[in-house]
Design a protein. Sequence first.
Length: 393
Amino acid sequence: MDLDFTPEELAFRHEIRDWVARNLPPDISRKVHGALRLTKDDHQRWARILGARGWLGWGWPPAFGGPGWNAIQKHLFEEELAMAGAPRVVPFGPVMVAPVIMAFGNAEQQRRFLPGIASGEVWWSQGYSEPGSGSDLASVKCRAERQGDKYLVNGQKTWTTLGQHGDWIFCLVRTSNEGKPQTGISFLLIDMKSPGVSVRPIVLMDGEPEVNEVFFDNVEVPAANLIGEENKGWTYAKHLLSHERTNIADVNRAKRELERLKRIARTEGVWDDLRFRDQIALLEVDIVALEMMVLRVLSAEKSGKQSLDVAGLLKIRGSEIQQRYTELMMLAAGPLARAHIFEAMDAGWQGDLAFPASILPLASVYFNHRKTTIYGGSNEVQRNIVAQTVLGS
Ligand SMILES: Cc1cc2nc3c(=O)[nH]c(=O)nc-3n(C[C@H](O)[C@H](O)[C@H](O)COP(=O)(O)OP(=O)(O)OC[C@H]3O[C@@H](n4cnc5c(N)ncnc54)[C@H](O)[C@@H]3O)c2cc1C
């Protein structure tokens, strides 16, 4: 196993670094480095910049307009973006639904949907979970009834991240109650501007309306929006979930946030506390170990070896690390960490100068990160999957 980068790979890294330095808007990277609130406009501005360069679909093959990078190049690209303070690309379009459309969609669907994803113009949402159907996803009840050349959709989705901005939503819908629950699910693309679609925000404990309930009330969806075959949606859904879980691990963001934790610890005077520095060292060891795991997977891919399916493992370790650095940031801030001021997440907020700027968003970020061990499939359920893979069922 060779974990060193070749001279060509290092040259590639520098090319990306130069481009990002010239193209990432400084007001956006300032927000990311300070963990401040990103607006829809911030996300879309950056998505369009990447899209214009042909890099929003950085994992896509050339046949679909992607750069055709290998696994190492993709990793280097993601690392350079994260360290420079680029926002995480909202994954639902380019990382999640696009690979499904490429693998299972027909030529017409590829022609119709992929360009809007690649350019950053169209905002996608994920409609998998429902009340009572999260871990037990195969029990989804949102019903799509075939009526001639359209489906009539009735039901509800929930926890739909940033669904308030969504133009389109990809949904798991029930098209049959025959046989096993998995065999009656279909994968449908729904225009969120269709009559009968309504979106209601759910405010999380950091005060942000980050997730939503989405209701479908007699929504007419052209049958041409069905991906692949009716009742085969479970297969396509699983294809997408491994992309989602690997994306959540996000070791590059952890590296950037580790540096921020060190800055906060120095500013707040706990850097000299050996016990506290031990905690930072332990976290750093775990981040390096996660990075090694990612590089091992990439190295195996590069040498054409079959690698273990580690999406679940990466999700567990990555999400736990994300929670730990937010906890250590709170500890470093001590009593000041209590401040949870919703408005302070806005760039340029001047409301209470008694608090150091680095401290203000900590409570919000801490609260927000409680989600990481739940979404994308809870960590308990991931552990079951890993156990089955390693030990057999
Ligand atoms: C912030 C956030 C954003 C999200 N965004 C989206 C989105 O955009 N689109 C979308 O479709 N979904 C989204 N989700 C939903 C997410 O995928 C589900 O919350 C998750 O799969 C868990 O499902 P649940 O909430 O129904 O919990 P449940 O399935 O009811 O689980 C409750 C608890 O029981 C445990 N549990 C359940 N089954 C088992 C088992 N077999 N063994 C051991 N423990 C078990 C779980 O780990 C959990 O602790 C989001 C969730 C959150 C919190």
